[in-house]
Design a protein around this ligand. Sequence first.
Ligand code: ADP
Ligand code: MG
Length: 478
Amino acid sequence: MSFEAVIGLEVHVQLQTRSKIFSGSSTAYGAAPNTQASAVDIALPGVLPVMNKEALKMAIKFGLAVNAQINRHSQFARKNYFYPDLPKGYQISQFDLPIVANGHLTIDLDGEEKVIGITRAHLEEDAGKSLHEDFHGMSGIDLNRAGTPLLEIVSEPDLRSAAQAVAYLKKMHTLVRYLEICDGNMQEGSFRCDANISIRPQGSTKLGTRTEIKNVNSFRFVEKAINFEIERQIDLVESGGQVIQETRLYDPDKDETRSMRGKEEAHDYRYFPDPDLPAMIVEQSYIDQIQQTLPELPDKRTKRFVDEFGLSELDAAMITQDRALADYFEGATGCAQGNGKTVANWINGELSAQLNKTDIDAEHIPVSVEQLGTLINRIDDNTISNKIAKTLFQQLWQQPSDITVDELIEQQGLKQITDSGAIEALVDDVIAQHPEQVQQFKDGNAKVIGFFVGKIMKASQGKANPKQVNQLLQQKLS
Ligand code: ADP
Ligand code: MG
């Protein structure tokens, strides 16, 4: 029998508000333990939560971006459980009335589009952190993270493979950064996901029993964890066993998932509306106002880059993946007389290579859009060769400066030699020095041309116009 995998994802997105969701403490990452935990965050008796309006705004922004319904009446609920890093004994979350419901996200895998349903997205607070390493026979508790606003985005079980799940996550990651609601930092836990996985016989429409893999924090590990889990479930069923509903943990060192807790230990969260927080009633005019602030979203921008600049779908999608990179593209294209295709080639070639090599993000590209734009213009008008442009680009990357590209070309005497007299002299020289190769050419070895071009370019320190060199060589040799 062949099986089909069914996957649904729960993504936790940390909203980049300055203060926490129900208190005024800072959400900044990396401070000394418990220095950013107020009376509300450590749950002193008698304190009351106050909703952070910015978090609500961000949740609505997200809902609008995935074409969801914004629930004008939503409600916070208490999710009760006991854990050392949860001093209240409950987490404030949303249950039956989430702020966002019924949206969708379109993924693109090898040119095939698939619409993934988003069941809901709700606001909640993060818990603190238990620290086991620094203490002997005890655990430390850091409540700096307690009360950090999260948006939990729950997908429909619409995904059918690990690759689709990763495509969905990447798309989501791009989107929340575009919306400027999350910094997307996966190492710091700003964007993390639980994966629910089941299998069923191919053709069946009934859902199988699922397992849930908790908190995987890199795209690569999500893919590996899901693939491992699909295989494990298939092996189990094929050998006569049954999948049991349980929570599992992925161990990247061993590349396997292990049982964490079974259904028997599953929590009964005893949800009920939080009496300390009134229902959130949102006016339609407020939603409309937020709609106005939405930036152009990645899918639309990709399409525009294809239509407006003639980029390939793939090139456009690579660039729009990152909002800062897409902004850079538009800036440089403006400086390069609208020559978007060439700019895209530079960005997806030279520039991306540098970004990867130097571990710089697109917001901090050291070469300015004017500099890249002018480099392209100077190739275009034959002032410099492509090769010299690349060298200059490297220079500017390594030693960022406000100097203009034209000044740089002037300073270093890099202007291309287009004076045909000067080029002719070089050509004659090289021909005179290499009678053997001239003979080879005459004997029908056309490839020898490349040898001459190389010599001449070298003699001119890369400044001779290669096209003219080629033409002159053809003339003189034949
Ligand atoms: P819970 O509240 O226990 O986490 P939900 O019903 O909210 O459960 O589902 C959580 C996630 O699990 C959703 O993303 C959903 O799509 C997914 N899911 C539910 N049932 C299955 C299943 N049988 N196989 C795979 N994923 C599933
Ligand atoms: Mg769950």
